[in-house]
Write a protein of this length. Structure first.
Length: 468
């Protein structure tokens, strides 16, 4: 029957998702289902998540009233048809990557015990920003009731896929598992040496080890825990910036009969598209100089033109400015000073050069979770074997006892709920080592059937208590 119960829970709880460190509270959900029979199994599926991207999805589900709908789903278990399933409930869930949480349509323990013609419909929202990538095993603690046997807890492993962050500076393989855990790191940021880039790297693996390698060796996490991995890549590129610092017109060929020559120039082809610089001379003579400092930054691969005009044109330019000529040059010239001529026009161009080191910094944070798989299982099994509530049945006065090994490091809580899933009493016992024994009075709740639940970390033990 235990195998049978496990199958029922696995089919019914494919929607379940875990609450994890640094997760936020998810919004509530609304059940949205197509038309279907009351006694059926229907489960939506969640799309994949992506590391470091916010994720929020909602699904709806329908749980069966009997075993009949399960026969079509799995023909290998010899499931008998027509057995009533009185209730399903989610007791506790763990195992998703850091940053994820969930909200069911009813509080935990989420109990689904509707009877036909009502339907056992529910929904769940999963949200948050997953801080790890990979395939994660979600462990679900559940209770299923048949009305024949007492509710029995089961742990159901499910898979949840988080795709790697393609924009991250690095990725990890095998970042979640049992200690000792060997993790491989792949660097995703490289310098482009063809344009003169160089790169420096720094890795802090969170366990006391660091590296300056572009592609570090595998790192072994011997101890259990959650480790924050920080990474920084600095890409440096040396860029030469060239400016038109001054233009001097030595001679123009333009002349006026009545007034002095008033020259102005227009420079085109600069970084801003068109730079127009207008300056007038105070007499008819040349040379005349314009100083720009670092105001005109040239763009590599661009040709620049200097157009000289006379603002006081008489005859030749009447009624507008007189065209004194144009000269042009490439921004890629290696000379710092050069003279350009066009007929009688003579222009001296002076350039200045600055060397600039441009740095781009890429920072990424990831997490490695190394679990003490064997020890945690041993601890849980030892507590499970010693967990007792006596007498049972009782008139309301009971003694709760269990034995916790000295290696136990997770917090323990004890709660009492009724068969509708309502929590009647809850107490956080902290980290318990050694023997635990405590007398409790349940008379205030009246006669009935209750669940005494002992939670150790993310694992849950349940005992059905009868009060007469």
């Amino acid at each position: 029957m235990k195998k049978f119960n496990t199958l029922l829970v696995c089919m019914a709880l494919f929607f379940a998702i875990s609450m994890q460190l640094n997760a936020q509270t998810c919004p509530t959900c609304t059940v949205v289902l197509p038309t279907m029979p009351v006694d059926t199994v229907y489960l939506d599926t969640f799309p994949n998540a992506r590391q470091n991207e916010y994720y929020e999805e909602r699904i709806s589900f329908r749980l069966p009233m009997t075993t009949t709908p399960l026969i079509a789903l799995d023909t290998t278990q010899n499931i008998p048809a027509g057995i009533n399933l009185t209730a399903f409930s989610v007791q506790g869930i763990s195992g998703l990557p850091l940053g994820m949480s969930f909200t069911l349509d009813r509080p935990l323990p989420a109990r689904y015990d509707e009877a036909a013609p009502d339907t056992r419909d529910g929904c769940v929202t999963i949200c948050g920003t997953p801080r790890q990538s990979g395939v994660f095993i979600v462990n679900i603690s559940v209770l299923v009731e048949t009305g024949i046997l007492a509710p029995q807890p089961a742990t159901i492993p499910l898979e949840f896929l988080v795709l790697p962050d393609t924009s991250a500076g690095f990725s990890m393989a095998n970042s979640n598992g049992c200690a000792p855990l060997t993790v491989s790191f792949t660097n995703n940021v490289e310098a482009d040496t063809s344009v003169g880039q160089t790169a420096t790297y720094f890795w802090d693996f969170g366990n006391g080890q660091t590296s300056n390698s572009q592609n570090p060796a595998d790192v072994v996490y011997s101890d259990t825990g959650t480790y924050e991995v920080t990474y920084q890549a600095v890409i440096t590129e040396t860029v030469e910036q060239v400016y038109i610092s001054s233009v001097r017109v030595n001679g123009s060929g333009c002349s006026d009969l009545l007034n002095g020559v008033d020259l102005f120039i227009t420079i085109t082809g600069s970084q801003s598209g068109t730079d127009t610089v207008t300056t007038y001379t105070t007499d008819a003579g040349t040379p005349v100089t314009w100083n720009f400092g670092n105001n005109i930054l040239m763009v590599p691969g661009t040709r620049y033109e200097i157009w000289v005009q006379d603002d006081d044109a008489i005859f030749q330019g009447l009624p507008g400015p007189e065209d004194c000529g144009r000269v042009n040059f490439s921004a890629d010239t290696t000379a710092n000073s050069f003279t350009l001529t066009n007929g009688q026009l003579s222009v001296l161009v002076t350039l200045t050069r600055n060397t600039l080191n441009i740095r781009d910094t890429f920072s990424t944070t990831g997490f490695v979770v190394a679990a003490d798989c064997n020890a945690s299982t041993d601890v849980f099994d030892e507590i499970s074997a010693s967990f007792s509530v006596n007498p049972n049945p009782s008139t309301g006065d009971v003694t709760v006892q269990f034995q916790s090994p000295d290696t136990q490091t997770e917090e323990v809580s004890l709660s009492i709920s009724d068969m509708l899933g309502r929590t009647l009493r809850s107490e956080n016992l902290g980290v318990v080592n050694g023997s635990y024994s405590n007398s409790m009075n349940l008379k205030e709740f009246g006669a009935g059937v209750y669940l005494m639940q002992l939670q150790i970390g993310n694992k849950l033990l349940s005992k059905k208590i009868i009060v007469r």
